[in-house]
Design a protein around this ligand. Sequence first.
Ligand SMILES: Cc1ncc(COP(=O)(O)O)c(C=O)c1O
Length: 461
Amino acid sequence: MKYPLEPDADEMRRLVEEAARRVIAHIASLPSQPAANVEDATEFAKNLIEPLPKRGESFDKLLDFLFDEAIPRSFNTPGPGYLAYIPGGGIFHAAVADFIATAVNRYVGVFAAAPALAQLEANVVRWFCEIAGYRKGSGGLLTPGGSVSNLIAMITARKTQLGDDFARGTLYASDQVHHSFQKGASLAGFPLANVREIESDDRFRVNVGAMEEAIARDRAGGFRPFLIAGSAGTVGTGAVDDLAALADLAERENMWFHVDGAYGAFFVLTDRGRSAMRGMERADSIILDPHKTLFHPYGTGALIVKDAKVLRQAHSMHASYLPAFQQDADLIDFAEISPELSRDFRGLRVWLPLKLFGIEPFRQLLDEKLDLTRWAADELRRMPGIEIVAEPQLSIVAFRHKTQNNRQLLDRINARKRVMLTGTTIGTEFVLRICVVSHRTHMERMQMAIEDIRAAVRETT
Ligand SMILES: Cc1ncc(COP(=O)(O)O)c(C=O)c1O
């Protein structure tokens, strides 16, 4: 082959077919794979360190290595038994879209380079605005995930509210907020001491009165309170703050209202989610992660803002070697409203499944997750010795055993390898949690989860 990096049609077909054969077999076996398989994975990973390859190897051998050795030594994150952290499903159609997007390798950072494709991605953002209840004039962008979305939102809020002299700016969120909030604040240039973690109530929702008092104290102390964050689904227990009360407070205080809906915001598609998240549509910025509750592959996040202009004002920078940016407010140059210039065409992986199916199957799946979590909570409540620490507000239930060592209980549940759960600390207490998000998790797997919890509890009683 004269140019090995330019395979001919037969070679392309062979590569794709071989890869597809392995991928399909792998996905078909997800339900029977262990929920986690990492016992020797660290040692195995250490042995992979190698110098820059000088010569190539056969494609088959490399696929064997990936599918037989490397991929299996992981948490089975897309599998039905993954009820840990916030699961990531990864719908297959999105993977196909990614294949198309990376194969055609069009550039969507600047509108002029691929107007139609940039518009498809802009449509995805518009749909997210519509889902969140935003009106005309809103906008946003797709990001690699919630942490980056948080960071971009914070920098945008900082620039909009405080200008360049922001050292006394203070930010407010509950003590249950995801740590990407503190991280984002720190990366956005604030001392961590300027982040106020406000106490939460017995349902893990922020105490709005305590937040108001903290803001007043800070103003009196010469600080510049500028951002209030509410959680539309905390990572620990799935708690949804009183977003309407936070919106009122932000309005009274003339502060930016940010909502972390990375995990929970898409539940607004359901009746129960919509009533829990009343007030979200009043936020200045909302983060929501398709790679969580829209079942997309990792690397798919979103930030939307009520007033699209603020993103442009915070990020816009041009250079003579770039094509002109669009002047029409409806047409977006993603490079102009985000920190990124070159990047993947991540919009296609959301656009294709939504166009293929419409939103309805997604809504139904989210409703199913809410039902499954409530069912699990009812089963747990009936189990001797088990106490529900956090009733489900969305698709997370947190629980503990009143007398057993809960870390050991978690290990015994996970040792069965049909499900993987994780824990968190609430106050000083370690609790277990079940988080139902994957599109592949249905009743059958939830029954296994409850059976395994019951068996693990019984083992020591
Ligand atoms: C509530 C919440 N916010 C933010 C994040 C951060 O998102 P990401 O992991 O996509 O960076 C997470 C991640 O689990 C989360 O649960």
